[in-house]
Design a protein around this ligand. Structure first.
Ligand code: PLP
Length: 453
């Protein structure tokens, strides 16, 4: 019997009858049923059938940076809800929203100091794009600037403006025609790229491409360039600082605002408060969500400079839940815990440990091509030929991920050649050791099935 009073089978059937499963392959869901989780503690989560997993994905979306069942955060949310749950938007503010804004400004790179809030990452990207457009209109130097340049394989969200900057074709094509004024340039990737260039040459090519694209689109019409500092597609793709140095120069030269989408990477995921710090990147606008509240409340935000915010006499944009007081209380508590317990530094150190362990155990396996990552975000990339770095003839990543889950460790396939880990920052060395061990077993079993072991 479950808490709902239904049997497990009834609960599964009710889910199948009444729930939509975003992004899930329905054939698979129908075959194996949905995964229904019922309770969790720390980095472990238990499903309705009583199976407990080590969740190395920070809850599927990588938002859960502090693990499950944190009473301190729950208490802070409860107290704020009981005191003043919500006061609307515009110039109505609650105390935690003001305190949170100052806190985020103190942690953010460069001159970023003015914050506005939304309910998630896609809305944060929408807001960033609208700030960029309205800034140009109000600042007056490029009043017609509306175009957005994004990158191949970028993920910036599911709402129409963010989706238009997204290059996951499976999600974008079904919603087209979308918004106009967006174009895409190649993004640096390690290990393999479509032109067969070495990594450094490809990175330089991708940066130079931005200048050509701005010239091609018309500099006076280009409002912003948007990029994830470390890209998720193809598995944790981090460029070298020289890429963003060149990108920054080009954006400044053409008065194109640089939007860093830190929705995944913000608030410690990469072993720094923001991934921009690893890359010496000073964006004009930065988006955030996910680990901001560690998933305890839905919240996203955008931070920009005083110069950009002050150029707008009225920022003509609003959401009912901009700056929800209880979400702000959650975010403040999450940031406070990360500071008090040194979790961002811990993520950096643990990331080095996990990376070294993954490399040592996995890199010589016949189908493993690359192991990469930073902080609490790592990927293992597979190949059918270590020389040419070709993909596996048939994608076996899902099979490896499924075997790891059977063995009690949750990771996710990302793209078609890699799996990804984004554990909560509270994970322990034994958790990492277990993950490496389970990954090795799953990879060996799949390689054996392919006749390669
Ligand atoms: C870089 C990036 N931007 C934006 C989003 C959209 O965030 P949300 O799903 O909270 O709307 C995501 C979600 O994964 C993301 O990874």
């Amino acid at each position: 019997m479950t808490r709902t009073g239904l049997s497990t089978e009834q609960l599964v059937q009710t889910a199948m009858d009444h729930c939509i499963f975003p992004l899930a392959q329905m054939e698979e869901v129908r075959a194996k049923g949905p995964t229904i989780f019922v309770e969790a503690e720390g980095a472990h989560v238990t499903d309705v059938r009583g199976r407990t997993y080590l969740d190395m994905m920070g809850t599927h979306t990588r938002a859960n940076s502090l693990g499950y069942g944190n009473q301190e955060i729950a208490q802070a949310i409860y107290e704020q809800l009981a005191t003043l749950h919500y006061v609307g938007t515009a110039d109505n503010l609650s105390e935690p929203v003001i305190e949170l804004s100052a806190k985020i400004a103190s942690l953010a790179p460069g001159d970023l100091s003015r914050v506005t809030y939304v309910s998630g990452g896609s809305e944060a990207v929408e807001t960033a794009i609208k700030i960029a457009r309205q800034y140009h209109l109000n600042a007056g130097r490029k009043p017609r600037a509306y175009k957005i340049i994004s990158r191949w394989n970028a993920y910036h969200g599911a709402t129409m403006g963010a989706l238009a900057a997204t290059d996951w074709l499976g999600t974008r094509h079904v919603s087209e025609p979308g918004m106009t004024g967006y174009s895409f340039i190649p993004a640096p990737t390690h290990y393999r790229n479509p032109f067969g260039m070495d990594d450094a040459t490809y990175e330089a090519f991708c940066a130079d491409y931005l200048e050509q694209q701005i010239l091609h689109e018309g500099p006076e019409l280009v409002a912003a360039f948007i990029a994830e500092p470390i890209m998720q597609q193809h598995g944790v793709q981090m460029p070298s600082p020289s890429y963003f140095k060149r990108v920054r120069e080009i954006c400044t030269k053409y008065d194109v605002l640089l939007i860093a989408d830190e929705v995944i990477t913000g608030f410690g995921r990469t072993g720094a408060w923001f991934a921009s710090y690893h890359l010496d990147l000073e964006p004009d606008i930065m988006t955030m969500a996910k680990a901001l509240t560690a998933g305890y409340m839905p919240m996203g935000g955008v931070i920009t400079t005083a110069a950009i915010a002050d150029a707008m006499p009225v920022f003509r944009h609003v959401h009912t839940f901009s700056g929800h007081a209880a979400a702000a209380a959650a975010a403040l508590t999450v940031i406070g815990i990360k500071e008090r317990d040194g979790l961002v530094d811990k993520a950096k150190r643990d990331g080095e440990y996990l990376h070294a362990a993954l490399r040592e155990v996995l890199i010589d396996k016949p189908i493993v091509g690359d192991v990469r990552g930073i902080g609490m975000w790592h990927a293992v990339d597979f190949t059918g030929d270590k020389e040419s770095r070709e993909r596996l003839p048939v994608d076996r990543t899902k099979a490896i991920v499924a075997k790891m889950r059977e063995k009690g460790v949750i990771v996710s396939a990302i793209g078609t050649t890699a799996f990804e880990m984004a554990p909560p920052l509270i994970c322990t060395r034994p958790d990492f050791d277990r993950t490496v061990q389970v990954a090795a077993e799953a990879i060996d079993e799949v390689a054996a099935e392919m006749g390669l072991a």
